[in-house]
Ligand binder design. Structure first.
Ligand SMILES: [Zn+2]
Length: 256
């Protein structure tokens, strides 16, 4: 159920003017890192919702350049954005937040050992969802859209459908929703069962611009093309038969 805004401001949508209080306004926030998956989620939300807010996390990631790039993508869509800071370097335990650890090079699926990779950031998505729920409780936004997917990266436990459902249950038990006076939160994972190439295809059908989306774990705008994230992205674009717009932009700007 969505919120109905009690206001008489005129809105323009699909070429027609009408009063906002006549509209069942759909509102959401998107966990938006600026990578391929969350960029697609942002474009999908932009199509499906009337009001979209991007939540981007400055968590001490070594690839903090993704935050600046994420601002460009949200800005191009005229989507409001909040950068929430939470210093996960204090917790460490990941090569993505500990600059003294090396980023591992790509490991073939048959060589992956049980357990999480060093690029797993302990309970990162649980922390992000908790912060999004707290933000949503204050701003009266209950739909939380995530670009989680597990097909190409199965060894990240905080990206599964079961995990998202469990977090949704916990959020609704641990916020004012529990007293039955507020609309329930929804944790939505539209791409959880899709391959990265299919997520890109979905985004392209929505007109997504991936030229500022960053994937590389190493922390630079220019992909290292050695880490698993770079190689997964490269393979996905090859599967689509299209050039990666990030590479095209970097070439155009003389950075490659
Ligand atoms: Zn890389």
């Amino acid at each position: 159920m969505h919120q109905i805004l009690q206001t008489s401001i005129l809105a323009k949508r699909e070429g027609f003017f009408y009063h906002l209080d006549e509209i069942d306004m759909k509102k959401c926030c998107v966990l938006f890192s600026g990578g391929i998956d969350s960029t697609t989620a942002l474009y999908r939300a932009n199509k499906d919702y009337d009001t979209i807010h991007a939540l981007t996390f400055d968590y001490g990631q070594r690839h903090a350049v993704e935050i600046e790039m994420a601002k460009k993508t949200a800005g191009a869509l005229n989507i409001s954005q909040t950068i929430l800071s939470v210093d996960l370097q204090q917790i460490s335990g990941s090569s993505l937040t500990d600059p003294t650890q090396n980023i591992p090079e790509f490991i073939a699926p048959e060589d992956i050992t049980p357990g999480v990779p060093s690029t797993y950031v302990p309970f990162r998505n649980g922390i992000f969802l908790s912060l999004a729920a707290a933000w949503g409780e204050v701003h009266d936004i209950q739909d939380i859209i995530c670009g989680f997917n597990v097909i190409d990266s199965p060894n990240y436990p905080d990206t599964t459908r079961d995990f998202a459902h469990a977090m949704e249950t916990a959020i609704n038990l641990g916020t004012e929703v529990a007293y039955g006076v507020k609309t329930a939160f929804k944790v939505l994972t539209p791409f959880v069962g899709l391959k990265k190439a299919d997520i890109i295809q979905e985004g392209l059908s929505l007109g997504a611009d991936y030229s500022y989306s960053i994937s590389c774990y190493a922390g630079r705008e220019i992909p290292c093309l050695k880490c698993s994230s770079c190689l997964l992205r490269q393979k996905a674009w090859e599967e689509t038969g299209r050039q990666d717009p990030l590479i095209n932009r970097l070439k155009k700007e003389g950075k490659l």
